[in-house]
Ligand binder design. Structure first.
Ligand SMILES: [Zn+2]
Length: 525
């Protein structure tokens, strides 16, 4: 071949490669537009369904499953008809990549604005009828202290759970303007959920806002016309997750990749995730604990160093956004199946244990049980059912890591016996456990869960709380013995003795005295 032919061919190849690259780029761009549009369609559908009310029978299949794919125009682009998005200023930001609003000078005034008295001039909280099934009649949860919103607040506390303190720090250090309003473009839920009957029941959901995932879209008019700062307390996204143990599960044949839920031989999973920040309806929370609302308000006020005076002064405000951690739902398979009574549901409710869950400590069964829960949830979803893991931020039985480590020390510095396991915690914290599962079942009601076929937990407290809320549990599945680390026998045997579910033997106090953990010396070298 002549050199000139070669260069001609090369030029042609280059041109072909360039057009393939352009096509790839365009395809990626189109995919992201379709994805963004899907989000908006989800939000619109959610809003529509919420506004239609909770009149539909959830057992009728398909009513929540209107087509999700966006309408394409003749050019193959998603139609923009009826698909809109708003930012915190009420501006339409439909399919735009507009930059966030420019920073302005801090608007902190020299006066501290108190909203401590119901009759105070200008204080005019937005309507909040908790448990009302029509979202417009119920009203949005409003907690922002934005200047345009402060007089309209109907919730005590602040958004972000425990992170609200970092918000305060960001403002104090002049890094965040208090008049910043969020731009919610493209943040719509990645999956649809509900509405379910429980969303309109003031007794069934008392610790989260059932409309929290749709707030900015449901109450768009209030944001646009009255400048009210309304924020979501729930966000729904989709992701892949990779856990080293699951690669082994595939290798050993316990988990079989299907390309949909378990994607490949590394055990990579497809998951829909729901993050929830707590929103407490104080009368409902008090009722769950069998105490008066006044007692609850007083304790919350006094035992947070008087941080929320409105708990005492504003009896007219019934909502409180507590400065505590929230929860995350990991749903495997089609989220619509969680509420389908005709398919099986496997569920693990897991309370955070950072040392084991993330860092692999072998003193407890937390990570092994979590992995077992995920594996079983995935299997259930692959068999046409639904698999769900709910992760609560309640570190160390909601006592925190400092208390937990103090307990570890006390255990390891004496004979670490299962018979003394709970007493050690009680000596230090005054209680065995502060997780109080009474509020936990709210998330199950919100997800539309009507029964649990396989409960991947041995906790009697979780079991009782769920059953008390009218959700039957068919089968309880303990952690397999071979997954229990040697040093964590102390924990698991003590828990079984205290009432945790087991299919094996419950030891006597005397036998528990013979279950020892590893002494500290073993750990030290
Ligand atoms: Zn643990």
């Amino acid at each position: 071949m002549e050199p000139s032919d070669d260069s001609g061919l090369n030029a042609k190849l280059d041109a072909i490669i360039a057009s393939i690259n352009t096509l790839r780029l365009e395809q990626a761009q189109l995919a992201s537009v379709v994805d963004a549009t899907n989000g908006r369609v989800n939000a619109l559908q959610g809003v529509q369904q919420a506004q239609n009310g909770i009149t539909q029978d959830v057992s009728q299949p398909g009513w929540r499953n209107a087509p999700q794919s966006p309408q394409l125009d003749p050019h193959g682009h998603p139609s923009r008809d009826n698909i809109s998005s708003i930012d915190g200023y009420g501006r339409d930001t439909t399919l735009s990549n507009s930059p966030p609003p420019p920073r302005k000078g801090s608007t902190t005034t020299s006066k501290i604005i108190l909203t401590s008295y119901p009759g105070q001039a200008g204080v005019d909280p937005l309507q909040m009828s908790w448990g009302e099934s029509e979202p417009q009649k119920r009203g949005p949860v409003v907690a922002s202290r934005n200047p345009s919103t402060i007089k309209r607040r109907n919730a005590i506390g602040a958004h972000g759970g425990s992170y609200s303190i970092y918000y305060a720090l960001a403002v104090a250090s002049h890094q965040l303007d208090t008049d910043h309003k969020p731009d919610f473009t493209n943040t719509e839920p990645a999956a649809n959920i509900g509405p379910f009957k429980a969303w309109g029941d003031p007794k069934k959901i008392v610790a989260m806002d059932p409309y929290g995932h749709l707030a900015p879209w449901l109450f768009k008019d209030l944001i646009t016309n009255e400048g009210v700062d309304i924020r979501p307390t729930i966000a729904i996204t989709r992701a892949h997750m990779k856990i080293p143990e699951l690669e082994e599960s595939v290798r050993k044949g316990r988990l079989v990749p299907d390309g949909k839920i378990c994607l490949n031989a590394t055990g990579e999973l497809n998951v829909t995730k729901f993050a929830v920040e707590p929103t407490w309806y104080l009368p409902g929370v008090a009722a769950r604990f069998g105490i008066s609302e006044g007692e609850l308000r007083r304790s919350l006020f006094e035992n947070t160093g008087g941080s929320y005076p409105e708990l005492i002064t504003r009896n007219d405000i019934k909502l409180f956004l507590p400065p505590i951690g929230g929860l995350t739902v990991y749903c495997f398979g089609d989220p619509a199946k969680m509420s389908d009574p005709n398919v099986k549901l496997a569920l693990r409710v897991h309370d955070e244990c950072n040392g084991s869950d993330v860092f692999g400590s072998d003193i407890c069964t937390c990570r092994p049980y979590l992995i077992f829960g995920i594996e079983e949830a995935v299997k259930e979803a692959q068999q046409g059912g639904s698999g769900v893991v709910i992760y609560f931020r309640k570190e160390g039985r909601a006592l925190g890591e400092v208390t937990k480590y103090l307990v570890y020390n006390a255990r390891k510095r004496s004979s670490d016996k299962a018979s003394e396991y709970f007493q050690r915690t009680e000596n230090i914290a005054g209680v065995k456990d502060m997780r109080f599962q009474a509020l936990m079942p709210d998330i199950l009601h919100w997800l539309g869960i009507q029964k649990i076929d396989r409960m991947l937990s041995m906790s009697n407290m979780k079991h009782d709380a769920i059953v008390e809320q009218g959700i039957p549990i068919v089968e309880r599945v303990p952690i397999p013995d071979e997954m229990i680390p040697e040093d964590s026998r102390v924990e698991i045997d003590a828990k079984i003795h205290a009432g945790y579910f087991t299919m094996g033997k419950t030891m006597t106090m005397e036998e528990l005295g013979n279950v020892h953990g590893r002494a500290w010396d073993d750990v030290d070298h």
